[in-house]
Write a protein that binds this ligand. Sequence first.
Ligand SMILES: *[C@@H]1O[C@H](CO)[C@@H](O)[C@H](O)[C@H]1NC(C)=O
Ligand SMILES: *[C@@H]1O[C@H](CO)[C@@H](O)[C@H](O)[C@H]1NC(C)=O
Ligand SMILES: *[C@@H]1O[C@H](CO)[C@@H](O)[C@H](O)[C@H]1NC(C)=O
Ligand SMILES: *[C@@H]1O[C@H](CO)[C@@H](O)[C@H](O)[C@H]1NC(C)=O
Ligand SMILES: *[C@@H]1O[C@H](CO)[C@@H](O)[C@H](O)[C@H]1NC(C)=O
Ligand SMILES: *[C@@H]1O[C@H](CO)[C@@H](O)[C@H](O)[C@H]1NC(C)=O
Length: 520
Amino acid sequence: MFSFVFLVTIFGFTSAVKDSVVGPSYVAAVYEHNIILNPDPGVPLSRADALRHMNLNLDIYERQAAKASQQGAQILVFPENGLQGFNFSRLSVAGYLEPTPDPQREKWNPCTEPGKYNNTEVLNRLSCMARRYNLYLVANVADLQPCPLPTDPSAVCPTDLRWQFNTNVVFSSEGLLVARYHKYNLYYEDYFDTPPQPEIITFDTPFAGRFGLLICFDLLFYNPTVALVEKGVRQLIFPTAWMNQLPLLDSIQYQRAFSLGANVTLLASNIRHDKLIMTGSGIYTPFSATYHHAKEGEPEKDELLVARVPVLDPLWVEKSITKEEEVQVDNSRSSTPEEFGYCHKKNSPDPPSETAGSVYSSADTFISTMMYDPFTFALLNDTEGNLKVCNGSFCCYLQYRQPPQESSKELFALGVFSGMHRVNGLYALQICALVRCGGLDPFSCGQQVDESESKLDFVLEAKFGTKYVYPSVLASNMVLEQPKNFERTACGRVTLKHYNMTAGLVTACLYGRMYHLDKK
Ligand SMILES: *[C@@H]1O[C@H](CO)[C@@H](O)[C@H](O)[C@H]1NC(C)=O
Ligand SMILES: *[C@@H]1O[C@H](CO)[C@@H](O)[C@H](O)[C@H]1NC(C)=O
Ligand SMILES: *[C@@H]1O[C@H](CO)[C@@H](O)[C@H](O)[C@H]1NC(C)=O
Ligand SMILES: *[C@@H]1O[C@H](CO)[C@@H](O)[C@H](O)[C@H]1NC(C)=O
Ligand SMILES: *[C@@H]1O[C@H](CO)[C@@H](O)[C@H](O)[C@H]1NC(C)=O
Ligand SMILES: *[C@@H]1O[C@H](CO)[C@@H](O)[C@H](O)[C@H]1NC(C)=O
């Protein structure tokens, strides 16, 4: 087995926190936490025992905050569930809950006012950590709120008349609680409640302007994630406890894809826990990625990532320029539709212009399951060629070529799916993906693979029924490659071009989300 940590930087910026970023920038840190779990999460325990457990994880957080601070971090992100763990019942999680007041309604610095609320030892400790190490700190906690809910008194109460939320909290470098976000898209955690309304929560920092908050499964849905982006928030914070699934939804693969597709910065902090297949964290901008993904067989350990990245908040950047130049600027941060591409023409031709004139063969397709969905596949049966596969009217086009010096017997297939995904969540998709198959049998196409020796040059294209398309190129051994070109040319038409790979291709994907077809 490999015993190798993949800590890779692509496209210029380095993880060594060099000042190589042009223009306003800041230093961000994300921490992948090898969590200490409660061995019996289903058994209720006293507050004192719950605190004893969480303090073990907080001791580790403390050391990481010190390390991050030494490396100049101005903001540090901890993962989802990083203090209490998972798999509780509604009763057994009770000892872990802390009442977290709404920072939009009151100012509270738990470190300097520890007596204001009972049972807030964890919030106190996190707040003091932010203060001591002089950084903005984002952590995920379990919030207890009374019913009726102070912020939404008319919401129908849970049957036990209390609200329990999976919650992000943010402390300023003074220790002030500046933001609180309740997870909207829960994932097998029925001991938490879905908030009555999606919460669109942001906070402002002096070093980089505005950030928005989301948690784990939220990344796949319109609310709050895309709603934040469409309000002009271009820096997102993403604590997660993500269970990896190749070939399309490994943690770092979708983190990279979202950051590129939405043209935003994503600060992603995952848990490290091999039994639950959790690893994969990173600091992603549209121009760079500093990430970590553990390999099978590697010792289970922590990873702190620190990187200098450009400020993307348009308002903050304008302000920092006007300070020097005193020019009039339009003070709006609001909707920036170009983040997802304009739709200029109603009826753009199909196949896409990039490859118009080429002849695409589409013989010999077959259905094989990938990520629980029935994909229509066609095999790449030559060293170069053009392929087309369709699912109904949604078609996926591929031009490919294996560089001459490369020769391997690995099987690749072009897959297409348009429809509702129904396993572990309900969401509407249009996907065009080039994958390495699990073996040499066509029905192994769609299986999980993480290694490949075949470097391919390719152009992958499709005309999507949505502007929300997230691109990714995953190479052998969990290496992310920056696509050479990703373009939305007109009205849903998307092109992903890549060549000169540094390692064999595992998956190249255009992941289209038809948010408008999701069931409300
Ligand atoms: C916790 O729950 C997840 C999701 O339901 C399940 O896959 C996993 O096996 C459980 N883990 C433990 C440690 O019980
Ligand atoms: C905290 O709990 C103690 C003991 O139950 C109680 O006397 C006190 O009023 C509580 N303080 C607050 C701020 O709720
Ligand atoms: C992405 O954002 C950058 C500025 O941060 C901008 O220059 C660029 O045009 C944007 N790209 C797209 C495709 O909107
Ligand atoms: C590949 O498949 C296409 C379509 O079925 C066929 O026309 C072509 O001859 C095949 N090429 C090879 C090298 O088998
Ligand atoms: C897409 O493919 C699936 C699986 O073969 C099929 O059930 C579905 O009808 C197809 N969709 C369209 C619109 O043809
Ligand atoms: C790949 O890189 C080599 C040099 O490193 C260059 O000569 C070649 O043109 C590149 N391939 C493509 C498709 O651009």
